[in-house]
Design a protein around this ligand. Structure first.
Ligand code: C2E
Ligand code: MG
Ligand code: MG
Length: 722
C-alpha cells in the first residue's frame, strides 16, 4: 500500500504529469505560480488541464483495484476527511462514504475499472467533523501499457450546496401548498385548510356540513368523483392526476380513506407537467431534426444540434429541415421569421442575464403556440424561425398572429413587468424556393414588419421582393455616395419663440441620386445605419456643416447636426468634431449635435462618457424627436443635455385634448433639467401662440422657414418672420 507519503510525494494528475501543487506542503504557492508562470512555462495540454483542476478545486485520485492502494491529493483527502498525510487505502476512503451510498460507490468503482467510459455518481460523505458533504465522483480506467492492469483514476467535486439546495427545495415543495379537505361518510365537508379554500374558491365555515355533490355539482362525473368514491368503497388510497380548468393547473390528488370518511389532498404539479411537456416537445424537435437530417443525409450531429440557451433547434438544423422539405416537394409549408423588438435595449439596459431570461421565456411561449410537428429554431441573437409543414398561408398567418400576441404579454423580470413586442415575417413555400430564398424572403417580410412600426405580422409578397432588390441596389449606391460627391445639406433656421430672433440652423442631409433624383433622409438613413455606411456619411455631414458654419459666419447661430447611434458608438465622433472646430477655429456653441432617444438608451455609460467629452469641446447637445423614444428621466439626468426638441407629432396635436398638457410637461421637464425646450414642425400660427404660452424656448417649422440650400440662406440672410 503506497501513498502520497512514501515513495511518491503525491499522485500524478490524470494526464500523467506530476506537479508539486498537489503536494499539500506547497499547495499555498499555487496562486503565485498561476500569476507568475508565463505561457513559456506551460507544458502543453497537461499544464492547462492542471489549471482547470485547480480552478475547479477538484480532488484528484488514482487507485489500484488489485492492491487497494489509493493515491490521493490534498484536496481529495480534505474532501473525504482523510488524514492529510500518511498511507490511505480505498477501503478507508469508502469508510468515509455515507453507509447508504457505500454499496453504490463500490459498484461504481468496479464499473470504472471495467470500461474506458467515465462513470460518475453523487455520494454523501461524512467528514471527521461530522459534517455531511455531497461529492460528485467521476472516474475511469487509466490503465496504459506501462501501468498496472487495474488502475482507475478520477476526480471529486464538492457539490454540497447544490445538492442540499435541491434537497431542501424538494422537501419544501412537497409539504407546502398542499390543499387538504376532509369529507365524512355522508360526503359532507368536515374541514378545509386555507390552500383548499383557495382551490375551491369557498371558505371553511361556508362549506362545513354541506354535501360536496350539492355544493359542487360540476364534480359529478369527473375523475374526482370516481376517485373519492373508489377510495371510500375499497378503503384503499387512490392517487391520480387532475387538471383543474378553473385555475388551469395540474394537481396530484390523493384520496385516503379514514375512520370518518376520506381525506383529499391536492398537490400542485403544474410546473412538473409543464417541464415534462417541454421535454417531450424538445424530444420531438430533436427527433424531427434527426429525421430530416437523415432524409437529406446531412451531418447528423449538426442537424440535431440545439441552441444552448433556449433548447430550440439551431440555425443549421432549421436550414437543413427546410432543405429536406423543399427537396421532397411536400405540398405546402410556411416559414415564420420572428424578431423580438427591443431585446437589445433589455441587454444594454438590464444586463445580458436578464436578456437571456427574456429569451428563454419567449422561446417557451413560442413553443407553446406551435404544433408539435413544427420545427422551431433560434436563428440569431433575437430571432426565431418556425417551419410549419403541410400548412397553407392562412394557417401560417394565423399562427404568426397567435405568436405575436403570446410574445407581447408582459414578462415579470427583477420585480418589473417588461413588455417586448414581436415582429413577424411570413413566407409561404413555393415550388421554386430553396432554403436560402425562403429564409431570405421571410426575413424581408420581418424587416418590412419592423419598418411598418413593429409589433405586427407581414406576409411576403412580390412587392417586398422588389423592395428588397431596391434596397440592395441602394446599399450599393450608398457606398459610392458617401465620399460626399452626391450628398448635400439643406439648412432649416431655428428661432427664439418669444421674438422670432434667429438662433440657429439645423443641417439636414439630402442625396442627389444619379437615377432617382433628390432623396430625403427617410429614404436612405435607415439603410445607411444598417450597413454601417452612416459612419462615413455622418463624417461628411459634420465636416460640411462645420464648413458651412464658417462660411455663414454670424448668420447662422448654432449649427445643429443630426447624429445616428452608430456614429456615437462605433466611430470617434469626439475627434471628428474636435478636428472640424479646430479647422475653422469655431467658437464655443457654434456647433451642436442632435441625438435621438434611441442613441442615448444604448450603452448609457459609454454614451454619457462620449457626450461629456464632446460637450467639453464646446459642442451643444440636443435630444431630438423627444417623446417618441425610450429615454427614462434617469438617463436624461445623467447626460449633459442643452436642448430637448419636442417631436413634431406633439406639436401637431397641440390643439387636441391632452396634446397641450403633454407639450407643457415636456417644456417643464426640459427646464427642470436645466435645458431649453425646442419645438419642430410648427406649421400654424395658433401652434406658435400655444408654444409661446407654454414657455417653449425655440421653434422651427414650415410656418417660419423651410429647409433651404446654403446659397439661399446666405443670399437672403436668415429670414425674419415677424
Ligand atoms: P429631424 O432631425 O427631426 O428633422 C426635422 C425634419 O422635419 C426634417 O425632415 C425637416 O425637413 C422636417 N420639417 C421641418 N419643419 C417641418 C414642418 O413644419 N412640417 C413638417 N411636416 N416637417 C417639417 P427631413 O429633412 O426629411 O429629415 C428627416 C430626419 O432625417 C431628421 O429628422 C433626422 O432625424 C434625419 N436626418 C436628417 N439629416 C440627417 C443627417 O445628416 N444625419 C442623420 N443621422 N440623420 C439625419
Ligand atoms: Mg434633428
Ligand atoms: Mg426631430
Amino acid at each position: 500500500m503506497s501513498t502520497g507519503a512514501d515513495s511518491s510525494p503525491g499522485p500524478e494528475p490524470l494526464g500523467g504529469h506530476r506537479h508539486r501543487a498537489h503536494d499539500p506542503q506547497v499547495a499555498s504557492s499555487q496562486a503565485d505560480e498561476l500569476t507568475t508562470g508565463g505561457l513559456d512555462d506551460l507544458e502543453g495540454i497537461d499544464q492547462l488541464r492542471r489549471l482547470a483542476v485547480e480552478a475547479a478545486r477538484l480532488g484528484v485520485w488514482r487507485a489500484d483495484l488489485d492492491t487497494g492502494r489509493l493515491d490521493a491529493d490534498a484536496r481529495t483527502r480534505e474532501l473525504l476527511g482523510l488524514p492529510a498525510q500518511g498511507t490511505v487505502t480505498l477501503r478507508e476512503a469508502l469508510a468515509r462514504v455515507h453507509p447508504a451510498d457505500r454499496a453504490a460507490m463500490r459498484q461504481q468503482l468496479q464499473r470504472m475499472g471495467d470500461r474506458h467510459a467515465t462513470a460518475e455518481r453523487t455520494v454523501r460523505v461524512l467528514t471527521e467533523q461530522g459534517a455531511r458533504r455531497w461529492l460528485l465522483a467521476a472516474g475511469s480506467r487509466t490503465t496504459t501499457a506501462a501501468t498496472h492492469a487495474a488502475e482507475i483514476g478520477g476526480v471529486f467535486v464538492d457539490v454540497t450546496t447544490r445538492a442540499e439546495r435541491l434537497e431542501h427545495l424538494a422537501a419544501a415543495v412537497e409539504g407546502a401548498d398542499e390543499a387538504t379537505m376532509t369529507l365524512d361518510h355522508a360526503w359532507r365537508f368536515t374541514s378545509l385548510n386555507p390552500s383548499a379554500e383557495m382551490l375551491v374558491g369557498r371558505t371553511d365555515p361556508e362549506l362545513l356540513g354541506k354535501v360536496i355533490w350539492e355544493e359542487f355539482p360540476e364534480v359529478a362525473g369527473t375523475a374526482l368523483e370516481s376517485g373519492y368514491r373508489r377510495a371510500a368503497r375499497t378503503q384503499q388510497t387512490v392517487r391520480f392526476e387532475f387538471f383543474h380548468d378553473v385555475d388551469a393547473r395540474w394537481y396530484h390528488v390523493r384520496v385516503t380513506p379514514t375512520a370518518q370518511g376520506v381525506t383529499v389532498a391536492f398537490h400542485d404539479i403544474t410546473a412538473r407537467r409543464e417541464r415534462e411537456a417541454d421535454r417531450e416537445r424538445r424530444l420531438a424537435d430533436e427527433r424531427q431534426a434527426r429525421r430530416s437530417a437523415e432524409a437529406a443525409s446531412v451531418d447528423l450531429a449538426h442537424a440535431a444540434a440545439l441552441d444552448d440557451l433556449t433548447g430550440l433547434c439551431s440555425r443549421r438544423a432549421v436550414e437543413d429541415r427546410l432543405a429536406t422539405l423543399l427537396h421532397r416537394r411536400v405540398a405546402g409549408g410556411v416559414v415564420l421569421f420572428c424578431g423580438l423588438d427591443g431585446l437589445k435595449l433589455v441587454n444594454d439596459g438590464l444586463g445580458h442575464a436578464t436578456g437571456d431570461h427574456v429569451l428563454v421565456e419567449q422561446a417557451q411561449r413560442l413553443r407553446r403556440q406551435c404544433p408539435p410537428e413544427a420545427t422551431i429554431a433560434r436563428f440569431g441573437g433575437d430571432e426565431f424561425v418556425v417551419v410549419l409543414h403541410d400548412a397553407d398561408l392562412a394557417a401560417g398567418a394565423a399562427l404568426a398572429e397567435r405568436v405575436r400576441e403570446a410574445l407581447g404579454a408582459a414578462i415579470p423580470v427583477l420585480g418589473r413587468r417588461l413588455t417586448l413586442t414581436a415582429s413577424i415575417g411570413v413566407k409561404p413555400l413555393g415550388p421554386s424556393d430553396t432554403s436560402a430564398t425562403a429564409l431570405r424572403d421571410a426575413d424581408a417580410a420581418l424587416v418590412a414588419a419592423k419598418r411598418a412600426g413593429r409589433d405586427r405580422v407581414v406576409v411576403f409578397d412580390d412587392s417586398l421582393q422588389l423592395q428588397a432588390t431596391a434596397r440592395l441596389e441602394l446599399e450599393g449606391d450608398l457606398r459610392a455616395a458617401t465620399d460626399g460627391a452626391q450628398l448635400l445639406l439643406h439648412h432649416q433656421p431655428i428661432f427664439a419663440t418669444r421674438d422670432l430672433r434667429p438662433v440657429g440652423v439645423e443641417a439636414l442631409v439630402r442625396w442627389q441620386h444619379p437615377r432617382r433624383g433628390l432623396l430625403l433622409p427617410s429614404e436612405f438613413i435607415a439603410v445607411a445605419e444598417q450597413t454601417g455606411a452612416i459612419v462615413d456619411l455622418g463624417a461628411w455631414v459634420v465636416d460640411e456643416a462645420a464648413d458651412a458654419t464658417a462660411r455663414l459666419g454670424a448668420h447662422g447661430g448654432c449649427m445643429w447636426v443630426n447624429v445616428s447611434p452608430p456614429q456615437l458608438l462605433e466611430s470617434d465622433l469626439h475627434a471628428l468634431l474636435a478636428r472640424a472646430l479646430e479647422r475653422h477655429r469655431l467658437p464655443e456653441g457654434a456647433l451642436g449635435i442632435e441625438l435621438t432617444e434611441r442613441a442615448i438608451v444604448t450603452q448609457p455609460a459609454r454614451v454619457a462618457d462620449q457626450l461629456t467629452r464632446i460637450r467639453a469641446l464646446g459642442v451643444r447637445i440636443a435630444v431630438d424627436d423627444f417623446g417618441t423614444g425610450w429615454s427614462s428621466m434617469d438617463l436624461l439626468r445623467r447626460y449633459p443635455v442643452d436642448v430637448l426638441k419636442i417631436d413634431q407629432r406633439f406639436i401637431a396635436e397641440l390643439h387636441e385634448p391632452g396634446g397641450r398638457a403633454i407639450a407643457r410637461a415636456m417644456v417643464d421637464l426640459a427646464h427642470a433639467l436645466g435645458a431649453e425646450a425646442s419645438a419642430e414642425g410648427v406649421e400654424r400660427h395658433n401652434q406658435l401662440e400655444a408654444l409661446r404660452e407654454l414657455g417653449c424656448d425655440q421653434v422651427a417649422g414650415y410656418l417660419l422657414a423651410r429647409p433651404q440650400t446654403e446659397s439661399d440662406l446666405a443670399r437672403e440672410g436668415l429670414p425674419h418672420p415677424g
